[in-house]
Design a protein around this ligand. Structure first.
Ligand SMILES: [Zn+2]
Length: 216
């Protein structure tokens, strides 16, 4: 499996996540919300993540825009380009981008033709997911469901959240149980979750675009 942490960085939480990952020798990807990079101390946390071998991706500027519901051609620059510029050298060289989906559910609200155009032109890599244990809804009860779900597929890309819900207190438990079960954790991203790689459309986007926009 592969681990990713969305919506941070959050001071007081992300550092502990980094400590736990280091204890277990695990590397992950952090999808950062651009406006949160402006918070005091946030940039230093992301710098630490990069220094420790984690990858950093772009998780939009405001974490509010469902692209499938807004096809304003200026939105991609505001929500993607601006955060990529703010990340600068902290961003992974493959320009990893993960859209906001409003609760982790993939569907036609996630992308727009204008966004796809922006990602292709900008040589971005679109990183989706296939395992959302909904740690924010059940901060003390997500590890079991996460393990159950991970067992159902050969390679899960798990989305967790380095937010102050308390859920990340149980990250060490997840990592220990994965080790007990012999489930390996790699940093690479499964192809099934990466429909655009360095600007090239390599997967099916149809179900992620509003109806009528498929194939554009
Ligand atoms: Zn998110």
């Amino acid at each position: 499996m592969t681990l990713s942490f969305d919506n941070g960085p959050r001071a007081g939480v992300t550092e502990a996540v980094l400590d736990t990952l280091a204890e277990h020798g695990v590397r992950a990807t952090f999808f950062v919300v651009g406006q949160d990079l402006e918070r005091p101390g946030a940039r230093a946390i992301v710098e630490r993540a990069v220094a420790e071998g984690h990858w950093v991706g772009n998780h939009t500027t405001t974490h509010t825009v469902l692209f499938g519901e807004h096809d304003d051609p200026r939105l991609p620059e505001r929500e993607v380009g601006a955060t990529q510029a703010a990340l600068g050298p902290l961003a992974h060289r493959d320009r990893l981008f993960r859209p906001y989906a409003g609760g982790g559910v993939l569907g036609p609200h996630v992308l727009s033709p204008a966004l796809v155009h922006h990602l292709v032109e900008g040589a971005y890599t679109l990183v989706l997911w296939n395992c959302v244990p909904r740690d924010w809804e059940r901060p003390d009860a997500w590890v079991g469901p996460c393990l159950e779900d991970v067992r159902t597929r050969p390679w899960s890309l798990v989305v967790l959240h380095d937010l102050d819900t308390g859920a990340m207190r149980h990250l060490g438990t997840l990592l220990a149980r994965l080790r007990e079960e012999g489930i390996g954790i790699v940093q690479e991203l499964p192809e099934a979750c990466v429909p655009i790689r360095r600007g090239e459309v390599v997967g099916d986007l149809a179900g992620l675009l509003p109806s009528g926009a498929a194939g554009s």
